[in-house]
Write a protein that binds this ligand. Structure first.
Ligand SMILES: Nc1ncnc2c1ncn2[C@@H]1O[C@H](COP(=O)(O)OP(=O)(O)OP(=O)(O)O)[C@@H](O)[C@H]1O
Ligand SMILES: [Mg+2]
Length: 317
């Protein structure tokens, strides 16, 4: 079978293999450190080993973004890197004459996309596809993009439009904790794994200010309500309710203090995602008032009980 290495056909015969080994040694033995390669298209020869070595060297140097042509490869740092997402850095990418010339970053992708909409006479929709395996950082990246647009696409002229923009910005950002409470769960690979797919649409007006957002969700893993793999958990919202409900709410929702529910395994684990207050606060900002919230939590309880044929109103026994 023929293989292609950087455009050259090479057969897996002894000569081809020798040539590839030499190229590989030359590449790995080069003087310039590997972590300085900020675009994987500069890697030569392109093999799994050279690409992974390059990404590994960048990871070791705390450099988590690398271009691959017009695609951005994001490595999950698995640690907080606050300086990488500061508002100052957002503004730097936003103000740069050529953001693509700055270090690879998700803000560079965000800014270029924003400019693509802006620079055209007839605005053309732009799409950013965020993909990767579970735990890769897709949800994190989408949140970063939403925060970026909330900052750069909200520069209104009047005080009144400033207030409107601030409200929209808050609502867009507050949709995340709500969607994650109801649709995310702790799995073996990710404590905050999204158990659904989503299409987020950010809407801009002619002046390129954000005027709204729409989120469509797909393929929620509903079976998780009744069945979780061992060491995994049900959706965060159930643990949030159990841990965060007030004494009154517990009474209303039939949730005795300290009760254990077999459909809520591993509830002894404390995750930062277990915060009921954050969900309620975000719902409030989205315009869902406290009585409506209470109804939602009640309906959720009843729906779960009925769906699985329980008529006694008992929550996930
Ligand atoms: N850029 C980042 N900086 C710091 N931590 C990060 C970053 N990206 C991801 N993480 C960490 O990795 C965890 C997993 O990321 P995330 O939830 O975004 O994965 P995912 O790709 O959405 O996975 P799933 O498909 O399971 O939903 C996050 O909760 C966060 O702790
Ligand atoms: Mg996710």
């Amino acid at each position: 079978m023929l293989q292609q290495v950087n455009g050259h056909n090479s057969s897996p015969d002894a000569h081809g293999r020798k040539r590839l080994r030499e190229d590989l040694q030359e590449f790995l033995g080069r003087e310039a450190p590997l972590h300085l390669l900020d675009d994987l298209t500069k890697v030569n020869p392109v093999t799994l080993e050279t690409v992974l070595r390059c990404l590994q060297a960048r990871y070791m140097a705390d450099t988590f973004y690398t271009n691959a042509g017009c695609t951005l490869v994001a490595l999950n740092p698995f640690k907080p890197v606050p300086q990488l997402y500061s508002p100052e850095l957002m503004r730097e990418y936003h103000a740069a004459p050529q953001p693509q010339k700055l270090k690879p970053h998700i803000f560079s992708v965000g800014e270029q996309t924003y400019r693509n909409v802006k620079s055209l006479i007839e605005p053309v929709n732009q799409s950013i596809v965020v993909s990767g395996e579970s735990g890769a950082g897709k949800t994190w990246t989408s949140r970063c993009l939403m925060k970026f647009y909330a900052v750069v696409a909200a520069s209104p002229t009047s005080w009144e439009s400033h207030k409107i923009a601030e409200r929209i910005e808050q609502r867009i950002l507050n949709s995340n904790p709500v969607m994650e409470a109801f649709g995310n769960a702790c799995t073996l690979r990710n404590n905050n794994s999204s158990r659904f797919g989503k299409f987020i649409q950010l809407q801009l007006n002619r002046a390129q200010q954000m005027t709204g957002a729409a989120v469509q969700t797909y393929l929620l893993e509903k079976t998780r309500v009744a069945c979780q793999a061992s060491s995994e958990r049900n959706f965060h919202i159930f643990y949030q309710i159990c841990k965060g409900a007030s004494a009154d709410e517990r009474l209303q929702w039939h949730l005795p203090e300290g009760a254990a529910f077999s459909w809520l395994p591993n509830s002894e684990r404390t995750l930062e995602e277990d915060c009921f207050e954050v969900t309620r606060e975000a719902m409030l900002h989205l315009g869902i008032n406290t009585p409506t919230q209470n109804n939602i939590f009640k309906v959720r309880r009843t729906a779960v009980a009925l769906r699985f044929g329980r008529g006694d109103g008992q929550l996930f026994s």
